[in-house]
Ligand binder design. Structure first.
Ligand code: NAD
Length: 354
């Protein structure tokens, strides 16, 4: 018998097509009256204005100032807007960058948050906030940043370009993969992890073939929700450590980095986590988890080499040093030469070892 602790997180989730229309009733349910809608600039702002229109007189404005990796400067600017407009809640419409800004505001003000995710990053389901200041990223875990309400509306994801859907979906899978071998894994989170991987592995190729396939888009969003819940529930390991180091040190794009590193981190951990490997492979419908993930990324047309997304060749030693200096718990002990080999393969775009 396995003893375990499972802690459910208290987010209310509304899921479906056309569910953005539930925003106003959800705002009323929270009892707030001056809602600030957040987004990234450009296309995100257009979507945010449409969402603000749904709120009518309950919206006090739009702030399209979200930036990747939640820089504290951007948060301070947003806090000024919150104060000037007298906002009593925030609505984040967008990917992990916009959700991050909503969380950073909630951390400092306790304002309630409603999130309408438009990517598969999964941040909306976690009590985790990563912020950057002077180029250094620090991450904290506190229920203060967990959104009160998440409205998943598949319609908001229909325009997500297949290339971003692919890497964002692989980013989501990474949360579920590491949940299956987490130190504090439990049977409930593992159920969600396997189902999340299965949903995404099936739907992402369908989206690549037909971006307007609404059923596939809904399956991917459902999978992303499950994977985000995994990230919020249990600890992450080597894969997330490597991605944080690579993203932070070389300013690499978040989801692409996850997509490239994942098969290699899984191959590294395979000997130490046979049960997890069996479940990942079963969810992917393959015999080998690492090869299956590498094959899926290839099938989706994603970039598979760190050198192709901006990592310098001489960065391998730097990344290795940073990973070993402050490691996360991992099922397999960190071995310098094996990690160097892992990073070298990922940099070259080679498949993981069979
Ligand atoms: P993102 O939010 O930066 O979005 C990526 C790009 O896609 C942006 O240019 C955005 O404008 C565009 N986009 C978003 N939705 C779109 C849509 N429906 N159609 C067209 N374009 C769209 O990236 P992301 O990958 O969603 O999130 C990455 C960030 O989230 C990172 O900063 C990462 O650290 C953070 N994150 C945090 C957690 C957490 O639990 N704290 C979890 C996952 C990711």
């Amino acid at each position: 018998m396995q003893s375990f602790v499972y802690e459910a997180l208290p987010t209310r989730v509304v899921f479906g097509s056309g569910t953005a229309s539930q925003l106003r009733p959800e705002v009323e349910r929270l009892g707030v009256r001056r809602v600030l809608v957040l987004s990234t600039p450009g296309r995100g702002e257009v979507q945010a204005r449409e969402i603000a229109a749904l709120l009518g007189d309950l919206s006090c404005g739009v702030h399209a100032g979200a930036v990747m990796h939640t820089p504290v400067d951007a948060t301070e600017t947003a806090l000024q807007v919150v104060r000037e407009l007298g906002a009593d809640a925030v609505v984040a419409v967008g990917g992990g960058s916009t959700t991050g800004l909503g969380k950073a505001i909630a951390l400092r003000t306790d304002l309630p948050q409603i999130v309408l995710p438009t990517t598969y990053a999964g941040s909306e389901m976690t009590p985790i906030l990563g912020e950057t200041k002077d180029g250094v990223k620090t991450t904290q875990r506190t229920l203060k940043v967990l959104p009160e309400v998440v409205i998943y509306d598949v319609d908001l994801t229909m325009g997500l370009p297949p290339a971003i859907a692919a890497t964002s979906g692989m980013n989501a899978m990474a949360h579920a993969v590491e949940a299956l071998y987490a130190k504090d894994r439990n049977p409930i989170t593992s159920l969600m992890a396997e189902e999340g991987i299965r949903s995404l592995a099936r739907s992402l190729p369908e989206i690549a073939d037909d971006p307007q396939d609404r059923t596939a888009r809904a399956d991917a969003l459902y999978g992303a929700w499950l994977c985000g819940t995994c990230l919020g529930s249990v600890g992450m390991a080597l894969h997330h450590k490597l991605c944080h180091v690579l993203g932070g040190t070389f300013d690499l794009p978040h989801a692409e980095t996850h997509t490239i590193v994942l098969p290699h981190a899984v191959a590294y951990n395979a000997p130490a986590a046979p049960d997890a490997m069996e479940r990942i492979a079963r969810a992917l419908g393959v015999t080998d988890a690492a090869q299956g993930l590498f094959g899926l990324a290839g099938r989706l047309g994603a970039k598979q080499a760190l050198r192709d997304i901006g990592m310098p060749a001489d960065g391998i030693e730097q990344a290795l040093e940073a990973t070993l200096a402050a490691p996360y718990w991992n099922p397999r002990p960190l071995e310098e030469q094996a990690l160097r080999d892992l990073l070298t393969r990922a940099w070259n775009g080679d498949p993981p070892p069979a």
